[in-house]
Design a protein around this ligand. Structure first.
Ligand SMILES: C[S@@+](CC[C@H](N)C(=O)[O-])C[C@H]1O[C@@H](n2cnc3c(N)ncnc32)[C@H](O)[C@@H]1O
Length: 404
């Protein structure tokens, strides 16, 4: 069933002509069709013929996700699925680029005005080295990647992400694309009753989708979003201003930020880790430990480790590694994150994986409780309730606490 969820408007969101809007809606609907119409066919194809063919040829049953991939790649159904999926991904970015390219000056002017309305700091150093795992490729096929600089003081790549990721998630992360941050906020409210951080850091914040709910939940807190990508940071600062929130944004590397030791009570990230690297991840955990005050919490929200799911599901998720320019997607899920957190200095008895109920935008059946444009427009009034977009869905959170 296709949903008609729409993104909430704000001043710096690219404005689409009716033709552009309809193309974007097509890209979103195509993605939904793939999720609901094509993806469910993969398992019967695997059980009915691909797995059996593998067994005949190899003399054994497929043992893991790699074997399943070997069995599925030659199959015409899988090839069709993977090709349409890739095309839909390219199409969705393409459909947004038109409404950005039509008037980049106007976008820039809106961004400058909105940024001026944000009382929080904007820090973009003149010299900055973007790590290769971000600069070397257009992650998830987004033209220009996060950190390209197609123009001076660019904000267009932030605008591209803001609109494109809403289409990518098919609206399941909410009208403000903020379900991840909102869900971790819910989690904090439920699980860490009474915890009231004064300084909060969101690592790998991109355009601040997940950062802003922390300012809403903890209005008195000093909230920082950091990212290695200047266009995302500039746009994030403007977007927060457009949404009436004073939040600080800085271009910084989460492997080594500029903050002093013990500055924050809470350090979070949302789908940052799988877009880094095997060398960066331990450094990020160490940096979390360094910038946290004694008793402070580190919470990373991402997709679940592979050992928590069956091999067929692993195979499906791993398609992102193979076909969507996400080189660390699969490898990250095989790392022992609990061990990494321990090695970074967090006491073992404070580290665990847990689930923060939220929208599931991948292939799981996201039976979202529908929301209307009215609800989208009054998003600021919404309660922090659990799983509001897709009851039953959940993001995996890795949580650890610095010794007090
Ligand atoms: C998938 S996006 C994160 C989305 C965002 N957290 C949200 O909830 O909407 C990954 C982001 O991490 C950033 N990133 C990757 N490595 C980083 C690092 N070492 N330090 C800071 N940001 C990083 C990328 O530039 C990108 O903007």
């Amino acid at each position: 069933m296709l949903n008609t969820f729409q993104q909430a408007r704000h001043a710096v969101l690219p404005k689409a002509t009716p033709q552009e809007a309809s193309r974007q809606e097509f890209a979103k609907s195509l993605k939904q069709y793939i999720q609901h119409g094509l993806l469910p066919g993969l398992q019967p194809v695997y059980r009915g013929r691909a797995g059996k063919r593998f067994e005949r040829e190899a003399g054994r049953a497929p043992a893991d996700r790699h074997d399943i991939r070997k069995s599925m790649v030659p199959d015409i159904y899988f090839q069709h699925y993977a090709a349409v999926n890739r095309i839909s991904q390219e199409l969705l970015w393409d459909s947004v680029i038109d409404s950005i390219d039509s008037d980049p000056q106007a976008l820039r002017a809106e961004a400058d005005a909105a940024s001026a309305a944000n009382g929080g700091k904007l820090v973009v150093p003149e010299q900055f080295e973007v790590p290769r795992y971000v600069s070397a490729l257009d992650i998830h096929c987004m033209p220009g990647g996060y950190a390209g600089e197609p123009g001076e003081q660019d904000v267009t790549l932030g605008a591209l992400y803001d609109r494109g990721v809403f289409l990518y998630s098919m609206g399941y992360t909410g009208p403000n694309n903020d379900d991840m941050g909102r869900s971790v906020c819910n989690y904090i409210k439920r699980r860490l009753d009474g915890f009231s951080p004064k300084r909060i850091l969101d690592m790998g914040c991109t355009v601040g989708h997940s950062t802003l709910p922390y300012k809403e939940l903890f209005p008195e807190a000093e909230v920082w979003g950091v990212d290695v990508a200047a266009p995302q940071i500039r746009y994030a600062h403007a977007r927060a201003g457009a949404m009436g929130l004073d939040v600080n944004f800085a271009q910084m590397n989460a492997e080594r930020t500029e903050f002093e030791d013990g500055y924050f009570d809470l350090v979070v990230s949302h789908i940052l880790l799988h877009e880094t690297s095997g060398k960066a991840m331990p450094r990020i955990f160490e940096e979390c430990h360094r910038v946290l005050a004694p008793g402070g919490y580190m919470i990373h929200a991402d997709l679940p480790p592979f050992d928590l799911m069956d091999p067929f599901t692993q195979f499906i998720l791993d398609n992102e590694t193979y076909y969507n320019n996400e080189p660390f997607w699969g490898a990250m899920r095989e790392l022992d994150q609990v061990k990494l957190a321990e090695a970074a200095g967090f006491p073992a008895d404070t580290i665990c994986f847990d689930t923060a109920p939220m929208a599931v935008m991948e292939f799981a059946a996201a039976q979202a409780a529908g929301y209307s444009q009215d609800a989208a427009d009054s998003v600021a009034d919404r309660e922090f309730t659990a799983g509001e977009f897709a009851p039953g869905g959940g993001w995996e959170v890795l949580i650890a606490r610095k010794a007090g």
